[in-house]
Ligand binder design. Structure first.
Ligand SMILES: Nc1ncnc2c1ncn2[C@@H]1O[C@H](COP(=O)(O)OP(=O)(O)OP(=O)(O)O)[C@@H](O)[C@H]1O
Length: 254
């Protein structure tokens, strides 16, 4: 980890309400470029809600009210009108692979085509580079025109990552991306994250504390909508400052 990495996303005093219920309370966080930031905490503590703030996915939910500010590269993103461009810059990979019922090629080319890229040579190049970037090219290069849904779960998840990379984002959000995968596929995706962070900023929600410890540079521990502790992963897992963090990582609750 390089402690000199510049701040990519700065979250200031973020509160979020679902109707009357407050799900995030005064969150402050600096997310650094080219690092993996892991968000951990018991079920329902607000991790996914927080992640969704970073690309305005909560806009899709009625009754959400948000206070505070989130800056990405110094641009305030909670009030920007250009949500489409924000979601291009901040891609997202979900818990369950959500490929479209079309070929592997068409899945990866989908976003670029939507952006108006029609030239086959350019699309071929984007598809190849994205699949290579997601460490799945060798497994699928001979069947790009086959249905993506015919791949294994672990392969599908890496094609989802390729589809995200094809949009050339700055930031990739991952919401429990390996929880539906077997250990071998999980380790492939974990290895992939270690490579991807050289080019992207990654924020990952995970229930797997070993995973957070293995792959992340920084870890944030959430509890009941509060960010209890945010620090270098090594410190969180060896010398947590807060008793509640210690209790959680040692399995005393959650
Ligand atoms: N669309 C929604 N409408 C109302 N309340 C919601 C909605 N989504 C989440 N919540 C509530 O907000 C709180 C935080 O939920 P969130 O899904 O962010 O937690 P989480 O830490 O990601 O949980 P998990 O680890 O189980 O995925 C919970 O109390 C949840 O019930």
């Amino acid at each position: 980890m390089n402690s000199e990495n510049k701040t990519k996303i700065r979250v200031n005093d973020l509160d979020l309400y679902y109707g009357e219920k407050q799900a995030l309370k005064g969150i402050n966080m600096d997310i650094r470029e080219n690092e993996v930031t892991a968000l951990i905490g018991p079920s329902g503590c607000g991790k996914s809600t927080f992640l969704r703030c970073l690309n305005r996915m909560n806009d899709l939910i009625d009754c959400v009210k948000i206070n505070g500010k989130i800056y990405m590269d110094d641009e305030e993103i909670l009030t920007t009108n250009d949500v489409i461009s924000l979601r291009t810059r901040v891609g997202m990979v979900f818990q369950k692979a959500n490929l479209f019922p079309m070929s592997i090629y068409d899945n990866v080319a989908y976003g670029p085509r939507n952006q108006g890229i029609k030239d086959k040579k350019i699309l071929d190049k984007i598809v190849e580079e994205s699949l290579k970037g997601a460490a799945i090219w060798d497994e699928v290069k001979d069947r790009l025109k086959s249905p993506a849904l015919g791949l294994s779960g672990g392969q599908q998840q890496r094609v989802c990552i390729a589809r995200t990379i094809a949009m050339k984002p700055d930031v990739i959000l991952m919401d429990e991306p390996t929880s539906a995968l077997d250990p071998i596929s999980t380790s492939k995706v974990e290895e992939l994250m270690a490579t991807l962070k050289n080019q992207y900023t990654i924020v990952i929600v995970t229930h797997n504390m070993q995973q957070a410890a293995r792959i992340s540079d920084k870890t944030g521990f959430f509890l009941n909508g509060e960010l209890i502790e945010f620090n270098n992963t090594k410190d969180i897992f060896t010398v947590p400052h807060d008793k509640r963090t210690e209790d959680y990582i040692t399995g005393r609750f959650g």
